[in-house]
Design a protein around this ligand. Structure first.
Ligand code: 3SL
Length: 231
C-alpha cells in the first residue's frame, strides 16, 4: 500500500526524499487556492515563480503577472493573490505568472518529486482521486509561513489523508497529527482557525472573505500538475 506523509514546512524538505513520490504542495491561504480557482475559471497556464523581478518579466510575453508579499499585492503587478481575481473578472485564455511569499517557493522546492501537484480544500477530492489512480507514495508539502508551521495547510494534509484512509498507510507521525487535527476541526474549520496567525493577518487586511472561500471543500475538479515550469 502506498503511504502519505506530511512535511510541515519547506524548511524541513531536506529531511524528505521526494524521488519516486508525488508532492502535493498546499498553501490554503491563498496561493494554491488561487491557482486552482484561476485554472477553473479560464486561465490557461500558470507559471509559479519564486522572485518578484523574474515574475514581472513575464509581462513582456503577454502574461498577467500576479504577486503577493506579506498578504498584500506587490507594487507594479496586475494582480495580488486572491481567488476573487478570477471570479470577478473574465481571465479566459490568459497565461498567468505568479509569485507569493510561501506557496510558489514551496512548489519550486518540491521539484525533485516525480510529480508536483497543487492542492487546496477547493480541489481536495479531485487530488485524492488522482493519487488513488497514481498509486505512488505521497508527501504533502505545507507552504507554512516563512519557514514556520501553520494550521491551515496542516488541516488540508489531514483532509487529504482522511479521503485516502484505508488506501494509503499513515505510518508517519506527521500524517497522524494532521489527520487528528482535521477531524477535530472539520465541522467548523473557520472557528478552529479563528486565532491562526495568517487568519489574524487576513483579518487585519480585511480579506476574511478569502479565508471563507478557500476553506470550502470540493468546489473544483481541476488538478494542477507542474510540467516543467507550468501548471
Ligand atoms: O504565502 C503565500 O504564498 C500566500 O499565499 C500568502 S497570502 O495569503 O497571499 O497572504
Amino acid at each position: 500500500m502506498p503511504s502519505i506523509d506530511v512535511c510541515f514546512s519547506p524548511e524541513l524538505l531536506h529531511l524528505y526524499n521526494l524521488t519516486g513520490k508525488i508532492a502535493v504542495v498546499v498553501d490554503v491561504l491563498r496561493a494554491t487556492s488561487s491557482m486552482v480557482t484561476a485554472l477553473s475559471h479560464g486561465v490557461t497556464h500558470i507559471t509559479p515563480v519564486s522572485e518578484l523581478e523574474a515574475c514581472l518579466a513575464y509581462r513582456e510575453k503577454g502574461y498577467l503577472v500576479a504577486a503577493e508579499r506579506d498578504g498584500l499585492k506587490a507594487d507594479g503587478f496586475d494582480l495580488g493573490n486572491s481567488p476573487f481575481h478570477y471570479l470577478e473578472e473574465d481571465r479566459t485564455g490568459r497565461f498567468l505568472a505568479i509569485t507569493t511569499t510561501n506557496g510558489t517557493k514551496a512548489m519550486r522546492l518540491s521539484s525533485s518529486a516525480d510529480e508536483v501537484l497543487a492542492g487546496a480544500f477547493l480541489n481536495v477530492g479531485a487530488v485524492a482521486d488522482y493519487l488513488r489512480k497514481a498509486g505512488k507514495d505521497v508527501v504533502v508539502v505545507c507552504a507554512g509561513w516563512k519557514g514556520l508551521f501553520n494550521l491551515e495547510d496542516t488541516l488540508f494534509a489531514g483532509a487529504l489523508a482522511d479521503r485516502l484512509q484505508g488506501e494509503f498507510t499513515f505510518d508517519h507521525d506527521a500524517t497522524q497529527a494532521a489527520w487528528h487535527l482535521y477531524n477535530t476541526a472539520k465541522e467548523d474549520k473557520m472557528g478552529f482557525l479563528a486565532n491562526a496567525s495568517h487568519v489574524q493577518r487576513m483579518k487585519r487586511l480585511d480579506i476574511l472573505k478569502d479565508t471563507e472561500f478557500c476553506l470550502q471543500e470540493d468546489v473544483y475538479t481541476v488538478v494542477p500538475v507542474l510540467q516543467g515550469d507550468i501548471l
